[in-house]
Ligand binder design. Structure first.
Ligand SMILES: Cc1cc2nc3c(=O)[nH]c(=O)nc-3n(C[C@H](O)[C@H](O)[C@H](O)COP(=O)(O)OP(=O)(O)OC[C@H]3O[C@@H](n4cnc5c(N)ncnc54)[C@H](O)[C@@H]3O)c2cc1C
Ligand code: FES
Length: 246
């Protein structure tokens, strides 16, 4: 992992593109901590924000997000040329399955899956869900990959009306790889269990440091507590203690 000073190429209400010279190569599902004030003089927002690395071309990195609070609002309003610091790549990321995979993304979790879908190509089937069509982050990019795509939205503006996991059936030989809100990941684990399929879930727990120092991101697993930022964010669905997970 490395601390890199990045320069904003463009930003809008759902994406941020930066030039980040020297940022190391990453695996699908890894993330960066974005500090909005590299000089450290501004107190609001004080803490860096974790964001999945959505896509990379050369030294240009792209992030996709939803504005939910102060930090993401500041990101959306960054002007071209503004600087921010990135620490990363962080976390374990997804291991590329050897066979077929069912990728399941919900809400902001969709951003963690694009690079994985791109690398898996025709071996991937992708199911994406969000509140509405507009909240399906990077939908056009997923469509351009030509992978088998199933959509679900809560308001019915794209695909099926309802939750992405409703009516979803793993096919024989598929591994499940998912990122999204906890209730969705719980449902993914249940789907995998019922179908005898292995499931891997990426948690989007709030984080203050991103690399094992603040102890703010622990989750219960069958082997005791683990940090989401360093042991995860991707966990084997069978490893997490779902009863204790709030
Ligand atoms: C590994 C990882 C990767 C992530 N990747 C992405 C991504 O690619 N795109 C994206 O849009 N978001 C992503 N997130 C979530 C993102 O970090 C938060 O939405 C962001 O930090 C919120 O900052 P804020 O200042 O805008 O909101 P805050 O003002 O900090 O919070 C606003 C509201 O959102 C809630 N909130 C904050 N963080 C989270 C969270 N992690 N999970 C659930 N609720 C939260 C708060 O409780 C509060 O109600 C990721 C999180 C993690 C841990
Ligand atoms: S975010 Fe600080 S220890 Fe995980």
């Amino acid at each position: 992992l490395r601390l890199v000073l990045a320069s904003v190429v463009r930003a809008d209400a759902s994406s941020l593109c930066v030039e980040a010279p020297g940022f190391p190569a990453h695996r699908p599902g890894q993330f960066a901590m974005l500090r909005l004030d590299p000089s450290g003089t501004r107190l609001d927002p004080l803490l860096p924000r974790p964001m999945a690395i959505y896509r990379r071309e050369g030294q240009r990195l792209e992030f996709r997000f939803q504005v939910v609070g102060r930090g993401t609002r500041v990101l959306a309003e960054l002007a071209p040329g503004a600087s921010l610091s990135l620490v990363g790549p962080l976390g374990n990321g997804f291991e590329l399955p050897r066979g077929r995979a069912l990728l399941i993304g919900g809400g902001t979790g969709i951003a963690s899956l694009y690079e994985l879908a791109r690398q898996l190509g025709p071996r991937a089937r992708v199911a994406l869900g969000a509140r509405s069509r507009a909240a399906l982050l990077g939908l056009a990019d997923f469509e351009a990959l030509g992978v088998e795509l199933e959509l679900a939205t809560e308001d019915g503006s794209a695909g099926r009306r309802g939750l992405v996991t409703e009516g979803l059936q793993p096919r024989a030989g598929e591994e499940l790889l998912a990122c999204g809100p906890l209730p969705m990941l719980r449902a993914v684990r249940a789907l995998g269990r019922a179908a005898g399929a292995r499931s891997w879930v990426s948690l989007e727990s709030p984080m203050a440091c991103g690399f094992g120092i603040c102890l703010g991101c622990v989750v219960p697993t069958r082997a005791g507590y683990r940090y989401v930022c360093t042991h995860g964010p991707v966990f084997d669905g069978a490893e997490l203690d779902w009863e204790a997970l709030a």
